[in-house]
Each structure stands twice: as C-alpha cells, then as structure tokens.
Design a protein around this ligand. Structure first.
Ligand SMILES: Cc1cc2nc3c(=O)[nH]c(=O)nc-3n(C[C@H](O)[C@H](O)[C@H](O)COP(=O)(O)OP(=O)(O)OC[C@H]3O[C@@H](n4cnc5c(N)ncnc54)[C@H](O)[C@@H]3O)c2cc1C
Length: 390
C-alpha cells in the first residue's frame, strides 16, 4: 500500500467495527437465529457444482462464480490467489482477466500473501469493475478501503477461514503427516471430523482429527491473530462459500442482492438444496472450551487415552453435531478461543478487538466481559454485554 496509514484503519485485528460495516455493506446488522452465528444473510444453501470442477477445493463454486462474472463482462478482473510456481502450497496474489484462467486459482493454499496490494495495480490498469475472492481478514480490509477505491462495481466472494499459518509452518505439519509430503496435493479438514489427503498418484487418505499430531506442533503454530479472529464466516462478503455447514456438500451464505445476483449467474450449473442440521453441539463445545482454557492457562491439555480414540473417532461423525449444527459449534468454539487466548496473551487488546457479537456467541459458556473488557461505545450506543445481550 502506498498509504501506510491505511493499514491501521483497515486491519481487522486492531479495533474492528463489524456493526457499522455490516450496516453499510448489507443494509442491516446481524439479527437473531442463525444470523447470530453466521452474520447477516438472505438465504443459505447446501450446494455443489454439477459437474464438480477439476482441481477445486470442494466443487469449485468459488472460482465458478468469478469465472461467470468475467464471461459476462460484469467485471474486468478478479483479484485472487494462485499457487506460487515453486511451491503449490504458497498463495500468490493475481489479477485474472480471462474466465478460463480462473481454473489456475482453484484449490486451497496455506499461507499469507498481500492480496490487496494488487488493488493499486488494478487501479493503474484502469479496472473499475472488480471481483475479489478472499478470506475474512482480507475482506475486512477491502471493505474498510472500498470507498477510497472509487470502483464502479465491486463483487466480493468470501470463504470462511478457521486458522491460517505461514506456508513454512504448514510444510512442518505435512512432514508430520506423511513420510513423503511432497506427494501430497490436497488437504482438507472435513466436517466429518477427518482430514482428507490426496496424493500425486491419485491415492487418498483419511486421518481422524483425534489421530492428528497436533501436540507435536509448536505452541505458536497458528499466530495469535488467527487464534483470535472474530469473523470465521466472512460476514462482509456478498456471498460466503464454505463447507462447514454443508454436511458433505458446499455451504453458501447469500448475504445481499449482489451475492444473489452472482449465484443466479451460475444458473443450472449449481445444484442447490436446503441446509440440514443434526446432533447437539453443547457438550462438544463445552469440552473444547474447558480444554482451551487449560491450554491458554499454560496447563497441559486433557488428552484422550489412545484406546478410546478409535471409538470416539467412529462415533463423532454419527452422533456429533452435523450440518448447520456443526457450523454453529465451530463458530462458538472460535468465539471462546478468541476470548481465552486474548485474556491470556494480550489482555489490553481484548476490549477493542472483541466485538459485541463475539461476546454474545460465547455467553452460553460463561464467557462474559468484565468491566475492563467491555467493547468501546460506537455510534453513541451503549455496549454493556455482560449478560450476553445488549
Ligand atoms: C486458510 C483457509 C482456511 C479455511 N478454513 C475453512 C473452514 O474452517 N471452514 C470452511 O467452511 N471453509 C474454510 N476454508 C474455505 C474452503 O477451503 C474452500 O476454499 C471453500 O469452501 C471454497 O471451495 P471451492 O471448491 O468453491 O473453491 P475453489 O473454486 O477451489 O476456489 C478456492 C478459492 O480460494 C482461494 N484461496 C486459496 N487459498 C487461499 C489463501 N491462502 N488465501 C486466500 N484465498 C485463497 C483461491 O484463490 C480460490 O479463489 C478455508 C480456506 C482457507 C484458504
């Protein structure tokens, strides 16, 4: 960014103001029901591309939405990440101008790269109708800068993001998972509590979450910013394309008219059904919160005995939270994690970094702000959220 001060204003991890931004972008802030968890929306779906797009992380809805915008001329360019030429796990920002080139962007990469730096290139090249695909921290910054970009049209496609880490750290994780990590082409944390790996020779492998070598990773594997992110579901995108509420399919959150317009553009190429929900999340979230509190307090995690792991791994996808209930569980876990990690590692930042909606989500698990932790007043509104409401 030429203007370094813009970074302070645009960063999600300083003093995010989701309420004002949701109002500006969607014409209203999150209400009750599932908006309490996932942010403002008009409609939610289970969805899949028919047929699925080769090389996509799931079925390729994200890159297909953008390809369609290019095909129809609604945008002149799409700002997104492609794989680095030397290391396909490393994201590299790119401005794509041809629909067929969206295929290069398919798939998930782990790491950080300065996506929004190319906004200046886009301006220099005279693009005034733009689409951006990004994870929540990128989309927050984009929305904060949107007015200054003076674009004729902006389409924002978001994906959820639980945690990210450096590409170097991610390679350490791959090394722990496999003797020949260079052959791994795909990795996903699936909502059926398994990690799926795919290999160059077409093989696939499923590893239950409980068997992952998480305890072998350094404590700072995920940076504090990711551990304390307050926008898992990418609430400022026009449309969020994820999987965690999709019970095996993709999960779409259409947030506003522009999101609906993009989805309409795919026509019959995308199959939509109503989202499903099953199981109960409360005990899974309670267990997670207790364990996170121990870890954040420096105590060892309570580990499950090895003999019990296969049984629990078998039971989890069958009786654990599924579909929207799984997504609600993950959002609650993330809210609790934000509060517990900030309390432990950066208590002075908690007040400004943790918006009201996060306290409301965490309230059922006895996580409420003390007097010093109350979010600041914004727009003259009182913000006492100690009882989980305001
Ligand atoms: C670090 C990370 C964590 C995620 N965690 C979750 C989660 O917990 N729950 C959930 O439901 N979904 C999560 N997602 C999104 C999920 O992996 C899929 O990308 C999404 O469901 C879209 O699938 P698709 O087949 O439509 O994507 P595709 O059509 O294959 O397109 C994927 C798009 O993601 C972009 N992309 C890939 N890597 C990055 C990156 N590092 N930074 C920015 N953009 C990138 C690509 O450029 C491409 O435009 C995460 C994504 C990332 C990058």
């Amino acid at each position: 960014m030429k203007d370094a001060r813009a970074c302070g204003r645009a960063c999600q991890f300083i003093a995010p103001d989701y309420e004002t931004m949701e109002q500006r972008v969607h014409g209203g802030t999150r209400g009750g029901g599932d908006e309490h968890f996932f942010g403002p929306f008009q409609a939610m779906y289970r969805a899949e591309m028919a047929p699925p797009q080769p090389g996509a992380q799931w079925t390729g809805i994200t890159t297909s939405l953008a390809a369609r915008l290019l095909e129809t001329g609604q945008v002149q360019a799409v700002l997104t990440m492609v794989p680095d030429a030397e290391d396909h796990w490393r994201p590299k920002p790119a401005l794509i101008t041809q629909a067929q080139d969206m295929a290069q962007a398919r798939g998930m990469r782990m790491g950080y790269a300065p996506l929004l730096a190319l906004l200046e290139t886009a301006q220099d090249r005279g693009f005034s109708r733009l689409a951006v695909i990004g994870i929540p921290c990128q989309i927050y910054a984009l929305r904060a800068l949107e007015a200054e970009l003076h674009l004729e049209r902006l389409y924002v496609i978001g994906t959820p993001c639980s945690d990210n880490t450096t590409t170097e750290n991610f390679h350490t994780f791959l090394d722990l998972l496999d003797d020949d990590p260079a052959r791994i082409t795909y990795l996903e944390f699936r909502p059926d509590f398994k990690v799926e790996l795919r290999y160059t020779d077409g093989r696939t492998r499923m590893i239950p979450f409980l068997s992952l070598p998480i305890s072998d990773l350094p404590r700072d594997f995920f940076p504090l910013t990711c551990r304390t992110c307050v926008d898992y579901a990418n609430s400022l995108a026009d449309i969020t394309v994820g999987y965690m509420g999709g019970q095996g399919a993709q999960w779409l959150i259409v947030r506003n008219a522009r999101g609906a317009e993009m989805l309409d553009g795919l026509g019959d190429a995308v199959r939509l059904t109503a989202p499903t929900s099953a199981g109960r999340r409360a005990s899974a979230v309670k267990g997670f919160v207790a364990n996170t509190a121990r870890a954040a307090g420096g105590l060892p995690l309570r580990r499950m005995p090895n003999w019990l792991r296969p049984l629990v791994s078998w039971l989890q996808p069958r009786i654990g939270p599924r579909g929207l209930e799984f997504a609600r569980a993950r959002i609650e876990m993330k809210a609790a994690e934000t509060i517990l990690h900030l309390r432990r590692e950066a208590p002075a930042k908690l007040k400004n970094m943790t918006p009201k909606h996060v306290w409301r989500i965490a309230a059922p698990y006895d996580l409420r702000p003390t007097q010093d932790e109350q979010p600041p007043r914004r727009n003259g509104q009182a913000t006492d959220v100690r009882d989980g409401s305001d």
